[in-house]
Structure formats: structure tokens, C-alpha cells
Design a protein around this ligand. Structure first.
Ligand SMILES: *[C@@H]1O[C@H](CO)[C@@H](O)[C@H](O)[C@H]1NC(C)=O
Ligand SMILES: *[C@@H]1O[C@H](CO)[C@@H](O)[C@H](O)[C@H]1NC(C)=O
Ligand SMILES: *[C@@H]1O[C@H](CO)[C@@H](O)[C@H](O)[C@H]1NC(C)=O
Ligand SMILES: *[C@@H]1O[C@H](CO)[C@@H](O)[C@H](O)[C@H]1NC(C)=O
Ligand SMILES: *[C@@H]1O[C@H](CO)[C@@H](O)[C@H](O)[C@H]1NC(C)=O
Ligand SMILES: *[C@@H]1O[C@H](CO)[C@@H](O)[C@H](O)[C@H]1NC(C)=O
Ligand SMILES: *[C@@H]1O[C@H](CO)[C@@H](O)[C@H](O)[C@H]1NC(C)=O
Ligand SMILES: *[C@@H]1O[C@H](CO)[C@@H](O)[C@H](O)[C@H]1NC(C)=O
Length: 634
């Protein structure tokens, strides 16, 4: 019988379409073939039954396309006591699952060399950590796995050198290789997409390439023969060609307390210089910060000052609940009493000094009308975003301090307050926590088809509600401000690991002196501001409307662009659609498949439309918009 079914599968699709659906889908067969190739798969016996549907009959460890629950999209066989020898594992059968994107065999007992997972060229995530795979991985193994975003092969017994093909995976975001037996020199794996790498507890040696120091020391620990500034271990003279400390330091970084101030200043100069240079390069249409815009990640710079005197450590504090920043401790930057350099306004994420920042590996994130932004990973592993503002001289130092402290005191689930600032006449730095998932703009438009697909209707609704709640809070807290937020747009909405939105760059209007810069605030893009320079909280409502339309349509609003060239004029589009009575056609096809919710999605589009009413007198008020948004359920 099984043979007959297999035969049928070989018959061309045309003929298949006349057959019953259960035979036509047939994803049970390749899965069972894979299971049969394992030595011990007893944990699957009770649900993996021939003739049943892997999705509809809820086979153990099977994930299916959210859309129609009909195609297998993930295999999560984690910690099930499975075993097998790699040579016998039937990976070819898994290749028949067209929609398979996620494969995890983590924490089982598989043995042998790495199986031919590289036949599964569409995989986005491959997790085989915690098995007993061993042997070398061919250098070119990952050549055809360009879709990979996450790879975890930690806690095995892989040996040999780390395949350099890993360095060419342009979509790779996370790479975990720790606790294997990899040896040899560090290959260069520092592509722009990569956010996390762990090479700890291997047997690597030699110098850590400079461009990898953005990952922080904890990515490299447990390799006694590695060296380089990032792990504060100078390489021996013969291999310090690139990373040698600046002349004058004579390789002796251990006692720099006397000159640390000098290095801090040097660090600032270098940072400012680099940021200025890259500002020119990365200038984009978007007027304000494009935090984590993918396009902007193509320049990576390091700002190093020599490691200096030991600083006193503050007790580690519990960090916020954002993913990836789990339990790092933070240092108190004593800076020889110069702690005024960086003023902490929010110590929930620990205390650090300007020196910690200047020693950190920095990465330019983007720039725009307000200034430039970079990400800094401090040596203690804590990542922050530093934004440099040029035209913020409206307030004197004391008033500035009061204002930023006020911003930093804000505690709301959907608001990301600044942690610290640095005040100098020419420039101001605002430091805030780095949120790993990046901005909503990045998720919606940056990497279409990958992260975009994660944004289901329930997730989008959650984001809109979170944004609305954050806005509601700001409009209460800063009720007397002309622009309580002033710069709401998708690049200023960051997402925590569970898609809780976090508003940033809020309430800056009162700080910015230069009229030209002020107009970079997105609230200046609403009609009454463009036409009459009229500022009011209603401007924020317009921006909220743009965000809603953007989220619901998945389109990049032309409103974000200076010249309105490119993108979609979402305001005009929804207006036209309402008058043509075809609102549902605007819904992003990615979520339009949830037929039962179409009505609710339409309602959300109507809210977006009433927020973007050109005439601000007819526009609904923030409170009313929030009330209507809260009414919508999944
Ligand atoms: C996935 O599902 C669609 C329809 O739900 C079906 O046409 C297609 O054949 C399925 N793909 C596979 C590989 O079974
Ligand atoms: C798995 O089974 C094969 C034969 O089916 C056998 O040769 C092999 O030794 C077994 N491996 C383990 C680890 O039990
Ligand atoms: C197979 O795995 C199960 C756990 O799922 C375990 O109880 C059983 O002992 C294993 N059998 C063999 C032969 O290893
Ligand atoms: C696998 O095992 C490790 C160590 O026991 C554990 O830390 C990890 O959470 C497990 N992974 C999963 C996905 O359960
Ligand atoms: C890397 O793995 C090691 C060992 O599991 C762990 O101690 C370290 O914190 C990890 N580093 C990062 C950056 O995840
Ligand atoms: C480096 O500093 C240490 C003390 O911190 C000192 O003993 C040593 O002589 C210095 N080496 C050089 C090359 O200056
Ligand atoms: C480090 O430098 C400071 C002052 O520059 C000096 O007082 C101290 O003795 C030095 N320490 C060592 C170990 O050389
Ligand atoms: C940036 O570009 C402007 C003109 O576009 C130029 O005048 C300026 O020198 C550039 N600055 C740097 C640091 O490259």
C-alpha cells in the first residue's frame, strides 16, 4: 500500500489534482520515511500514524503553516530521546516538505558526522545543539543555505576548523557554535545581518578579527589561545599587526589610569569622526533615525581605547525583560571622579560610564535629520544604542538635565526611556537600551518574506494596541506639550522579543533648537503642519494613523519619504478605497488569509483612515482612536 501511495506521488501534478486531498498532500509519507531512518523514534510512535494528516491530526513535534494549517513548516523534535546515525538519516525525504523552514533536533542523541541538512536549502532555522555529532564540517557545507537565519550546533563534538562558508550566509542572525572542539584560527564571520555569535569553549587560537569584536567578549570565552582587544588579551608582538594599541602606549594597557581621560577624549573624537563620515554615506530618504534599518548595517566600525585601570564594579542588577540581554551585570564607570561625563537618568539596566561606551565596539545604525545613531556593545556584554544629536541647544544644561531626567523616569510597558545622556555644547548623546528585534520598519519592510511572515494578524493587532497605549500614556504625561511624541513612525517603534512595541524618540520637540532639524520630526509631515506650521497633539494622531495603515497594508508609506517619491501614499489609497467600497483589498495579503478576521481588519483600516483625516478638525482625537483600537479583538 505504501508503495502504491509513493507511486501516485510520482504522477504529475495535473493528474494528482483529481485525487482526494489526503493523497494529494501526502506529507505524512516523507515524515514517516524520515522517522523510519532513525534508530530510536519511539517517542513519535503514538501520533505519527500513516494515513493521518501531520497538521490536522497534530503529530508530535510538527508545526504547520499558520495560514492554512495544511503544510508542515517546522519539525521541533526537541529532547525526545531520538537517536540515529547521520549516514542513515533520510534527509532527502525531509527535502520533499516544500514548506519546511524550521528544523530542530536539539537535545537528542544523534551521532556521526553532520547529516546532509544542507540539502534543505530553504531552511531558516537549524537547531541540532545538544547531540553527539562529531567530525569536521566541510568548508563549503553552508554554501547553498543562504536562507539560514539561525544556526545552533552548540554542545556537540564537532572538530576541525570552522567552515568559512558560515561567513557568507547573508541572512544569518544568530550563530551558536559553543562547546564543541573546533580548532584552528578564527574565520571571519561578521556579516551585517549577524547579531549574536557564540564560539565559547572551543579550541580556537589566534587573533579575533577586529570586525568581530562587535559581538562582545562573552562570545569568545573558554578559548585560551584566542587573543585580541575584545577579550582584553593582547596578542603576542608578532601577531598584533592590526590590533596593536596606539603608539605611546607601548603594549602596556594595564596601567592607564593616569591617562584614561586622554583616551576618552580620543575615543570621542574617533567616534564623532567615524559617525560623521558614515553619516554622509548612509544618508537616506527617511529623515530621522532608522534604527536597525538593514541597509544601514553595512558599515561596521570599532571604537577602541586601550583597556585601562580596573574599575569598581557595581552589583549586577536585574535587567529589563527584553530578549537577549538576559542577565549581564553592569559596571559602574567611576572614571576617576569624572562620572559627570555620562549622566545616568535611569539605572534599571545598570550603571555605566562614558568610558564603557568608548571602549565598546560600535556599529553605525543610521542617521537622519536629527543626528546619527550607533549601537555599542560594552565589554560587559550590555548593548546600548547611542544617538548623537546636533541641534539640541534650546535648553541650557540644567533645563536639559531636568527634561531628560523626566523622560528617563517614564515607566510604561510600551515606552523605552533613555538610560543616560552626555551633554556638551556641540552635541548631545542619548543612550538607550538596544532592543534586539529592531524596529517595526525593519520587520515590515526590511527583510520581506522572512520576518514579515512572523507578523500575523494577532501580532499586528498586539503591536497596534501597544503603540496606542504608549501614545495614550505620553498624551497624559506630556498633555501640555505641543507634541507629546512628535516623531511616531515605524522606525521609532522597537519590538521586544514577544512583539511588545516600545516607543522611542518621544517628546524631543522641546529640546531641539534648530528649526530645520525640528522639521525632521515626523509630526511635521501632517497636513496642518506642512501648510500652516500648526503644532498640536493632533499631529501625533495623524502619525498614529500612518502607522496603522502601514501595519495593516504592509506597504511602505510614501509619507516617510521627503519627496513622496516611492512608497505608497497610504492616506490617499485608503481614502479612495473607502469611496470605492473595496477596503478589504488593502489588507496585506500575508494576513488577509485569516478570512474570519477580515471584518476586524477592515475596522482597523477605518480607524487608520479617521486618524489620517487631512482636516485636523475632523480627525478623531487620540483618546477616541485608542478607545476604538481597544475595541477590536483578534
Ligand atoms: C501545501 O498546501 C497547499 C494548499 O494548502 C497545497 O496545494 C500544496 O500542495 C501543499 N504543499 C505540499 C508540499 O504539500
Ligand atoms: C543504529 O542502527 C543501525 C542498524 O539499524 C546500527 O548499525 C547502528 O549501530 C545503530 N546505532 C546506534 C547508535 O545504535
Ligand atoms: C528510546 O527512547 C526512549 C525515550 O524516548 C527510551 O525510553 C528508550 O530506552 C530508548 N530505546 C533505546 C533502544 O535506546
Ligand atoms: C537543551 O538542553 C540544554 C542543557 O540541558 C538546556 O539548557 C536547553 O534549554 C535545552 N534546549 C531546549 C530547547 O529545551
Ligand atoms: C556563550 O556560551 C557560553 C557557554 O555556554 C556562555 O557562558 C556565554 O554566556 C555565551 N555567550 C553569549 C554571548 O551568548
Ligand atoms: C607595564 O606596567 C606594569 C605595571 O602595571 C610594569 O610593571 C611594566 O614594566 C610595564 N611595562 C612597560 C613595557 O611599560
Ligand atoms: C599606575 O599609575 C598610577 C598613576 O599614574 C601610579 O600611581 C601607580 O603606581 C601605577 N601602578 C602601577 C602598577 O604601575
Ligand atoms: C559630507 O558631505 C558633504 C557634502 O555632501 C561634504 O561637504 C562634507 O565634507 C562631507 N563630510 C565628511 C566628513 O565626509
Amino acid at each position: 500500500m505504501a508503495a502504491a501511495v509513493r507511486l501516485l506521488l510520482l504522477i504529475p501534478l495535473l493528474i494528482l489534482s483529481y485525487l482526494t486531498p489526503s493523497l494529494a498532500t501526502g506529507e505524512d509519507i516523507p515524515l514517516l520515511d524520515f522517522k523510519d531512518s532513525l534508530n530510536n523514534s519511539s517517542a513519535l510512535d503514538s501520533t505519527w500514524l500513516k494515513g493521518t494528516h501531520p497538521c490536522r491530526n497534530k503529530w508530535k513535534g510538527i508545526e504547520c503553516d499558520a495560514k492554512d494549517n495544511d503544510n508542515v513548516s517546522g519539525l521541533l523534535l526537541i529532547g525526545l530521546g531520538l537517536s540515529g546515525v547521520s549516514e542513515e538519516m533520510d534527509i532527502e525525504s525531509l527535502g520533499k516538505l516544500d514548506r519546511l523552514r524550521f528544523l530542530s533536533l536539539e537535545n537528542n542523541s544523534f551521532t556521526g558526522r553532520i547529516p546532509e541538512f544542507n540539502r534543505l536549502t530553504s531552511l531558516r532555522s537549524l537547531f541540532i545543539a545538544g547531540n553527539q555529532f562529531s567530525g569536521e564540517i566541510p568548508q563549503d557545507y553552508f554554501n547553498n543555505m543562504g536562507s539560514l537565519k539561525k544556526l545552533e550546533i552548540a554542545r556537540n563534538m564537532f572538530s576541525g576548523t570552522i567552515p568559512d562558508s558560515l561567513g557568507k550566509l547573508d541572512n544569518l542572525v544568530e550563530l551558536f557554535l559553543e562547546r564543541n572542539e573546533f580548532s584552528g584560527a578564527m574565520p571571519l564571520i561578521a556579516q551585517n545581518s549577524l547579531q549574536t555569535i557564540n564560539l565559547s569553549f572551543n579550541k580556537l587560537h589566534g587573533e579575533i578579527p577586529q570586525s568581530m569584536s562587535k559581538f562582545g567578549a562573552q562570545s569568545f570565552e573558554g578559548n585560551p589561545d584566542l587573543c585580541g582587544p575584545i577579550i582584553s588579551k593582547p596578542c603576542r608582538p608578532q601577531d598584533t599587526s592590526i590590533n596593536a594599541p596606539p603608539s605611546g602606549e607601548k603594549g602596556n594597557g594595564s596601567n592607564a589610569s593616569g591617562s584614561s581621560t586622554k583616551w576618552v577624549i580620543l575615543g570621542i573624537v574617533v567616534a564623532v569622526l567615524l559617525v560623521t563620515i558614515f553619516f554622509n554615506k548612509t544618508k537616506k530618504n527617511d529623515q530621522s533615525f532608522r534604527v536597525l534599518g538593514k541597509d544601514n548595517l553595512d558599515e561596521i566600525v570599532q571604537v577602541h581605547t586601550p583597556s585601562s585601570h580596573k574599575r569598581s564594579m557595581s552589583s549586577s542588577r536585574k535587567r529589563g525583560n527584553y530578549a537577549g540581554l538576559g542577565s549581564h551585570s553592569s559596571r559602574r564607570g567611576s572614571l576617576n571622579g569624572k562620572s559627570t561625563d555620562l549622566i545616568m537618568v535611569n539605572e534599571e539596566n545598570g550603571i555605566f560610564g562614558l568610558q564603557d561606551l568608548m571602549k565598546a565596539a560600535a556599529e553605525v545604525l543610521g542617521s537622519g535629520g536629527l543626528g546619527s545613531a550607533y549601537k555599542a556593545i560594552m565589554s560587559n556584554g550590555v548593548s546600548v544604542v547611542v544617538k548623537r544629536f546636533r541641534d539640541m541647544n534650546k535648553l541650557n544644561k540644567d533645563a536639559f538635565d531636568t527634561e531628560v531626567r523626566r523622560l528617563g523616569r517614564i515607566r510604561h510597558r510600551n515606552i523605552l526611556p533613555p538610560l543616560a545622556y552626555h551633554y556638551r555644547k556641540e552635541e548631545k548623546l542619548l543612550v538607550s537600551e538596544f532592543v534586539p528585534k529592531g524596529s517595526l520598519m525593519f520587520l515590515l519592510h526590511g527583510d520581506r518574506g522572512l520576518s514579515h511572515a512572523e507578523l500575523t494578524w494577532p501580532t499586528r493587532l498586539k503591536i497596534i494596541k501597544g503603540v496606542a497605549r504608549g501614545m495614550g500614556f505620553l498624551h497624559t504625561e506630556f498633555a501640555n506639550y505641543e507634541l507629546p511624541h512628535g516623531n511616531l513612525k515605524s522606525s521609532n517603534i522597537l519590538l521586544s522579543s514577544n512583539y511588545e512595541p516600545l516607543l522611542t524618540d518621544y517628546a524631543l520637540y522641546s529640546l531641539i533648537s534648530n528649526t530645520h532639524s525640528v522639521q525632521a520630526l515626523f509630526s511635521y509631515k501632517c497636513p496642518e503642519a506642512v501648510l500652516y506650521q500648526q503644532l498640536s497633539p493632533m499631529n501625533d494622531v495623524y502619525c498614529l494613523g500612518i502607522v496603522i495603515l502601514e501595519i495593516m497594508t504592509g506597504k511602505y508609506p510614501s509619507q516617510y519619504l521627503n519627496n513622496h517619491k516611492g512608497g505608497t501614499d497610504v492616506v490617499q489609497w485608503i481614502k479612495q478605497a473607502i469611496s470605492d467600497d473595496r477596503v478589504s483589498e488593502l489588507i496585506d495579503p500575508e494576513i488577509a488569509t485569516m478570512k474570519d478576521s477580515i471584518g476586524k481588519m477592515e475596522n482597523m483600516l477605518y480607524i487608520g483612515a479617521s486618524c489620517t483625516e487631512n482636516d485636523h478638525e475632523k480627525r478623531i482625537e487620540m483618546r477616541e482612536a485608542i478607545r476604538k483600537i481597544e475595541e477590536i479583538q483578534v
